[in-house]
Every structure is written in structure tokens, then in C-alpha cells.
Design a binder for this molecule. Sequence first.
Ligand SMILES: *[C@@H]1O[C@H](CO)[C@@H](O)[C@H](O)[C@H]1NC(C)=O
Ligand SMILES: *[C@@H]1O[C@H](CO)[C@@H](O)[C@H](O)[C@H]1NC(C)=O
Ligand SMILES: *[C@@H]1O[C@H](CO)[C@@H](O)[C@H](O)[C@H]1NC(C)=O
Ligand SMILES: [Zn+2]
Length: 408
Amino acid sequence: MANPATIILRFLPILALALTSIATTLPPSIPKPTSLDPHTSKQLLHLHRKLVEIESITHDEKHVGDWLVSYLKDLDYNVEKQEFAPKRFNILAYGKKRETTILVSSHIDTVPPYWPYYYNKTSDIIGGRGSVDAKGSVAAQIIAVQGLRKHLFDDISLLFVVGEEQGGDGMRNFSSWGKRPSPAYDIAIFGEPTEGKLVCGHKGMLGFALKATGKAAHSGYPWLGVSANDILVEALGALLKLREHLPWSEKYGNTTMNFGRIQGGVAANVVAETASANIATRLAAGTPALVTGLIVNALKNIKARAQQQGGDLDIELLSEGYAPVDIDCDIEGFETLTVNYGTDVPLLTGEHKRYLYGPGSIFVAHSDHEALKRSELEDAVLDYRRLIIKASEMRMKERQMLVEQGEL
Ligand SMILES: *[C@@H]1O[C@H](CO)[C@@H](O)[C@H](O)[C@H]1NC(C)=O
Ligand SMILES: *[C@@H]1O[C@H](CO)[C@@H](O)[C@H](O)[C@H]1NC(C)=O
Ligand SMILES: *[C@@H]1O[C@H](CO)[C@@H](O)[C@H](O)[C@H]1NC(C)=O
Ligand SMILES: [Zn+2]
């Protein structure tokens, strides 16, 4: 891999030209350390500990948000709170300029339940709720950007949103914010646990509920009623078969369908009046509309029969859903992978390069043993810097090509 300093020298003429079209230049002096100095490392661990120690389960993010606002102000950022619901706000921080080329973002909410912070010095493992998802990313991003600012690279905003773990209302509200900085960002870097690799994309999502309705009766005289449970069980059976024939792709593998929650009826001796199932489908190909069509089709006979008997079967979408999300991962020197979880990446509207990277593994993220190695956290700081520098260099090259082709 080339040293950033040599790359920057090589592109100095381009840089000079690009000056007219973009406000950003990388100063040709950003060093490339291979490990964090002890002071920075201490700062990183302290920040990470503070963030994890403050409980911030989705909808209850105010305390960690307030703490983070004052931390960023102490680092001399301009900090804005976008309060979009009572006690719920996103945090936008930037240096001198509000409009920046680069946005670095992650989320400050966590899943329940809360697990306290710990640091095992023997194993060098740091754990607790959020230590991986995503406060490891938040801490590493702040320290990484802080290091770049020291070298006068002030073209980066930080955005920390709430609500990522429950449908992304934080990022949705940022996207539709009337005061959102404009023009939009050229590069957005998202932090989620990716094992220190660059993510080339993640599966899409279609969440829906099956709702069966019947007619209650004494279980001794079931012909007097219509069993919602029977209807639902039949429907689930059809979906089990459909599951084998959902769209797949080389890149993302098979579409999966999880029957996450099933409920029905009130007692063994009563014919069930209602029954429902909540189902999450992770799309490896196709669109939510296409897969919804397949589901409707697979259930249409069961629905017709239920209606003939005086019952019914309905499909309710739990949210809009989205197709698989392709993400940029064209940066040399990073390992890459695809993942099966959803992120805020598709929820930030606009035309921008987007990258997804973060310390720690998703396999422990929502568990009671959420933890990561101190070295993963430290490596993430260096990787975020590398990612930011390389992504902006590529961006400059692209702009330059457009200038040469007379398109800018
Ligand atoms: C810390 O890690 C070491 C080595 O893995 C382990 O033996 C020890 O039990 C851990 N300490 C605590 C308090 O969990
Ligand atoms: C903003 O957040 C609120 C509260 O969660 C939600 O009701 C609303 O739909 C969100 N707005 C957008 C544009 O998603
Ligand atoms: C996808 O499903 C097929 C059969 O339905 C199975 O043979 C294959 O191993 C699955 N692929 C992956 C990557 O899980
Ligand atoms: Zn997350």
C-alpha cells in the first residue's frame, strides 16, 4: 500500500485544480501511525467507558446524548441537537464549517437489557451493553476525526443518531430535517460492528404480521366456530414451503424468513378467535414488493377458504422494508464482507459514497456477552482515519475527471 503522503504528492496538481471546485484539500502532512500513542489510547478507552456506562436503550437516549454533547463541545466542536420528539435528539457536530464533504455517523441507542461496563485487564477485553453495537464505533470515530482535525482537516461532520435499533426513526428524521446541511455530503461513513472489515452490502428487510381471525366457540362443538389458530397454522405451513423458494443471490446467499413471535387463542377449551405471527424476512434479492407478492400468492387459497368459513387472514406490513443495500467497499487495504443485519445506511437520503465499518463482531452484539478486544477498538481509530483519507482522495480524483470531461 502506498503511503498517504506519497499519494497526496502524486495528486498535488489535481489537488490544486480541484481547489476551485471543492472547498476541501487534505494537508500533505497527515502522518500514518501504525499504533495509537498511549495518550490517545487512554482518551479512547475513557470515552468508550463513559458511553457504555450510561444506559441508552432505544427511546431512553437522553442521558448519553447530553453527555456526548458536552464532550464534543469540550473538544471545540459546534454541536447541534436535532430534537425530533420529547427527550429524543440526534447530535450533529462540526468544526468551522457546517457544510462538509464528509459525514461520519453511528448510533447511540442500544438494545435491552442493560449490562454494566467492564474492562478485564488480563484478557484486554472490554464488555457491556453497547460496547460493540455501536458505542465502540462512536468512540473510535470521534478519536479518529479528532486526530485528523489536529492536522487541519476540518471538512468532516459527526452525526450520532438515536433509534437505530428500532426502525431508524433518528436517521429518518435527520434525512427529512428542514435544517439539514445543504448541499448534501459527498461521503458518508457509518459505524456498526463489522469485525474491522468494510461491508460491501447488507440484506434487505421485509417485516410483516399475519393476522388470522375466526369465531369463538366451545371446544366440544368446534363446528360452531372458526379456529383462527387453524388458519394461522395452515398459513405458516404454506410459508415454510415458500421459504425454500424465495429469491437468492450470489452476493447475499438465501433469503431467510423468521417466525419470530406467534400468538393465538385464549385457552385449550376455546376455539381461537384471533391468532397472529410476526415474521422478519431478510432479502438476499428482489424487492419488498416482489416478495410480498409471493407471500400473498402463497396464502391466497388459505385466505379464500378462511373467508368461506366466516374467518379471515390478513397480511400487515410492519414497516416499509427495503431491498438489499449495496454499499461502497472499493478502498484498497481493507478486507470486505457482506452482512445480514439492517442499518441506517439506506435511511440517509442523498447521493453520496457510503461506507460501513466498525470494531467488534455482530455475533456478540445483541447478546449478554457483548464485548470486544481493546486492540480492536484501537485499530478502528487508525482504520477510520485511513478510510476517511482514502475516500476523500478517491472523491477528489473523481471530481477531477469530471472537471476534465467538462461535466463540472
Ligand atoms: C479476565 O480474563 C481472564 C483471562 O481470560 C480470566 O481468566 C478471568 O476470569 C477474567 N476475569 C474476570 C473478572 O472475568
Ligand atoms: C420522526 O420521529 C418520530 C418519533 O419516533 C416519528 O413518529 C416520525 O415518523 C419520524 N419522522 C420521519 C420522517 O420518519
Ligand atoms: C440456500 O438454500 C439451499 C436450499 O434451500 C441450500 O442448499 C444452501 O446451502 C443455502 N445456501 C446458504 C448460503 O445457506
Ligand atoms: Zn447497531
